[in-house]
Ligand binder design. Structure first.
Ligand code: C2E
Ligand code: MG
Ligand code: MG
Length: 715
């Protein structure tokens, strides 16, 4: 038989194919043991052997290291190469005498011009010997028969067969039925059992197998002796002499004499200890996250279903906590991915310390984790668990000298109250999580029935807002700012308006936070700036325009450039533009923002502090900031002129502002009495329905003359 006849034509790969691709091939094709690596001319340059490759991938970081790297790093670069026309027996004899070890890894078959023609394994040579391409078991049976016939066969064939048996990596032994003692063992058998053949020959089954295993094997032998045939055992524990217990795959074949009686039992075995370990490793890879060593999403889902079934049987509760890390992305982006990985491992460790022995913590992916809490009899247990996690994660982390502060937001779903199935429960926990995140993060919340509807409404609003921005449905309206001493309108505040198809006008108080969350505030804010400057530049009177700036906008790089561009495009003088910021911008104490504010002021743009009195800023705090104007929130105006504390507060703010060289605007002025009181307190400007509501085209409404004498105030 020629090598050509026993080679298998397995499709090849090229050297640049990734480890992952080869992994998938092996996974999809369990019968493929060897894959040849060829160059552009189909000439073999390497060989990948299944077991060696999988072992390598299963090693710590093996997958991570080789998944995306070329297979050329993992292949045997000097494989045995044989021409297809060589006689199988010649090749075997030749290799046995020169490089017997090499044969274990298989060989590549080429045709006359050295192009790839297939691959072959030792087993194929063995098959060649038995001249049959049937299953391994019957191969061995045939082989046993040919052993008997070997005496009469040509010398060359005998040497060949013996060489094959001697060199196959599979253990082969023969037992004499008459006395139950072994009569032969090959070299692989010596290594597997850890015994020399001299010591082995003459011993019995009980010398290598213990207790129940030995009993099973003896019973099998009795059956083989009576009825013949084949027996097979997977994962037999056996004692390797002088070492630990190992696992064996063993197949036994009855060999009959000319009368039909079983004379010998042929044993064919393999030590599968390592293979089982590899399989267990691969199994683990499929169910555990390698970075944190926590169960992954797949295992989590399976466990969740089980937890729910169990809770149903025992009439208990089960809780699912979905955990999302706050600001993780920031750490990852600023300190790098290695620090991000380090952080994830440390967070996992801390969270592991928070859960009980019956709970399961899993990593669902990215910076998302989840806990299944079982045996819940009182929701206080779940509340306590969530609180422990929130506080454990809130403590600072040391990442190689850098201190990182993150947080955990947790949404909780409870079986059976919130859902009947695992998937549903997870959805409910997600909804609660979404709510926590929209409320400021770093906290936990249980799912509540009305969250569903609110989330739905919010999603619709989000979609509509994107659409509105895309279609240019948003509009700028302008509300007059009235100078109290001069008794005339000196400017306008630009307020964003959204005419919604079904809901009518949606308040900016509702949609601005949504735009901030969706990352739409930058384009929306930029549009508003441009639109306001463009409109103001058309006004005949040199009235100023005040534009509201979201804190999120202020944090974005390029904000000063956006303002500069809006002024340049419209031709509006910088001193006619006011920017209204809120206290929350300043609370961060971000030096970049202070720098931006100074830069804008240096250009001539004025800065107003909006809604003063509603936040945390103290009066003393104002001294440090580059402000031109303070806008007193309408809650204080509303108390004028009768409530003494409102009068006192407005008076104090006006005095302080004057001392610091700033002006003041009272918001929400609705009555003449309020305006009188403001005049007496020395407030600079008034804004409110008394003077005028926001309007799309204020110059047209008030008329060019109207700009200096508003109708309402004239009475
Ligand atoms: P704000 O900057 O304090 O704007 C004043 C709000 O008070 C406006 O509400 C205005 O219509 C309302 N208002 C004015 N006079 C009176 C009055 O006499 N009585 C009462 N009860 N209310 C009065 P609006 O337009 O709903 O805006 C709400 C908030 O949305 C604004 O508060 C501002 O913070 C924000 N906003 C509006 N437009 C924009 C924008 O273009 N960008 C950003 N980032 N925020 C905006
Ligand atoms: Mg404002
Ligand atoms: Mg305001």
């Amino acid at each position: 038989m020629k090598i050509r006849d026993l080679a298998s034509f397995v499709p090849t790969v090229t050297a640049d194919v990734t480890g992952d691709a080869v992994y998938s091939r092996f996974e999809a094709e369990p019968d493929v043991m060897l894959i040849a690596v060829v160059d552009a001319d189909q000439r073999p340059i390497g060989l990948v052997e299944r077991n060696a490759f999988l072992l390598r991938m299963a090693r710590a970081y093996g997958r991570a290291l080789f998944a995306h790297r070329p297979i050329s790093l993992l292949m045997d670069a000097e494989p045995l190469v044989v021409e297809a026309d060589t006689m199988a027996s010649d090749f075997t004899a030749e290799v046995m005498s020169s490089r017997p070890g090499d044969l274990l890894g298989g060989f590549v078959v080429v045709d006359a011009d050295r192009r790839y023609a297939g691959v072959g394994a030792l087993l194929d040579l063995l098959r060649a010997a038995s001249e049959e391409r049937s299953r391994f078991a019957s191969d061995m049976f045939e082989l046993a028969q040919s052993l008997e016939a070997a005496r009469e066969q040509a010398e060359r064939n005998r040497v060949f067969t013996e060489a094959v048996i001697e060199h196959i990596p599979t253990m082969v032994w023969v037992k004499n039925v008459a006395d139950g003692r072994y009569v032969m063992l090959n070299r692989a058998g010596e290594a597997i059992l850890g015994v020399s053949r001299e010591d082995f020959v003459g011993q019995t089954t009980s010398d290598y197998f213990q207790g129940a295993v030995a009993e099973t094997l003896r019973a099998e032998d009795r059956r083989l002796i009576e009825a013949g045939g084949v027996s097979e055992n997977d994962m037999l524990p056996y004692l390797r002499a002088g070492s630990e217990q190992r696992l064996l795959h063993l197949k036994k074949i009855a060999i009959r004499d000319s009368t039909g009686a079983t004379e010998y039992i042929l044993g064919v075995g393999e030590d599968i200890t390592e293979r089982r370990q590899v399989e267990a490793r691969i199994e683990r890879l499929a169910h555990f996250d390698s970075m944190t060593d926590l169960p992954n999403r797949v295992l989590f889902h399976a466990q969740l279903d089980e937890a729910i079934e169990q809770a149903a049987r025992r009439r208990e509760r089960a809780a699912v906590l979905v955990i999302d890390l706050d600001r993780f992305k920031l750490v990852n982006d600023t300190l790098g991915h290695a620090a991000g990985d380090d952080l994830l491992a440390k967070v996992s460790e801390r969270m592991r310390g928070c859960i009980g022995p019956r709970d399961l913590l899993a990593r669902l992916g990215g910076d998302e984790f989840a806990v299944i809490q079982t045996g819940v009899t009182d929701l206080a247990q779940t509340r306590a668990l969530a609180a422990r996690i929130v506080s454990a994660v809130a403590d600072a982390f040391d990442l190689g000298g850098h201190e990182a502060r993150i947080g955990a937001s947790i949404g909780i779903g409870v079986y059976p109250e919130d859902a009947a199935s695992g998937d549903d429960l997870l959805k409910k926990a997600d909804i609660a999580l979404y709510r926590v995140k929209s409320e400021g993060r770093g906290a936990f919340r249980f799912f509540e029935r009305d969250m569903d509807a609110r989330i739905q409404a919010r999603r619709t609003l989000e979609m509509d807002l994107r659409e509105a921005l895309h279609r240019g449905d948003l509009a700028a309206h302008f509300q007059p700012l009235f100078d109290i001493a001069q008794r005339r309108i000196t400017g306008f505040e630009a307020l964003m308006r959204w005419p919604h198809a079904t809901r009518g006008w949606v308040s900016p108080a509702e949609f601005i936070p949504v735009a901030e969350d969706l990352g739409l505030i930058r384009p929306m804010g930029e549009w508003m700036l441009n639109e306001s400057c463009r409109a103001a530049a058309q006004w005949v009177e040199p009235a100023s325009v005040a534009v509201n700036i979201s804190p999120v906008q202020m944090h974005m790089p390029g904000f000063v450039a956006d303002v500069t561009r809006a002024l340049a495009h419209s031709g509006l003088a910088p001193n006619r533009l006011e920017l209204e910021i809120t206290e929350s911008v300043l609370l961060d104490n971000d030096p970049a923002i202070l720098k931006n504010l100074h830069q804008l002021r240096d250009m001539g743009v004025r800065i107003s502090l909006d809604d003063f009195g509603t936040g945390y800023a103290s009066l003393a705090y104002l001294r440090r900031l580059p402000l031109d104007k303070i806008k007193i929130d309408q809650t204080f105006t509303r108390g004028l002129p009768d409530a003494p504390d409102a009068t006192a507060i407005v008076g104090a703010v006006v005095r302080l502002a004057t001392d610091l060289g700033m002006t003041t605007t009272a918001e929400g002025v609705e009555t003449e009495a309020q305006l009188d009181m403001l005049a007496r307190l020395g407030c600079t400007q008034a804004q409110g329905y008394l003077i005028g509501r926001a309007d799309a085209d204020p110059a047209a409404r008030l008329g060019i003359q109207g700009l200096s004498t508003p109708r309402v105030v004239n009475g």
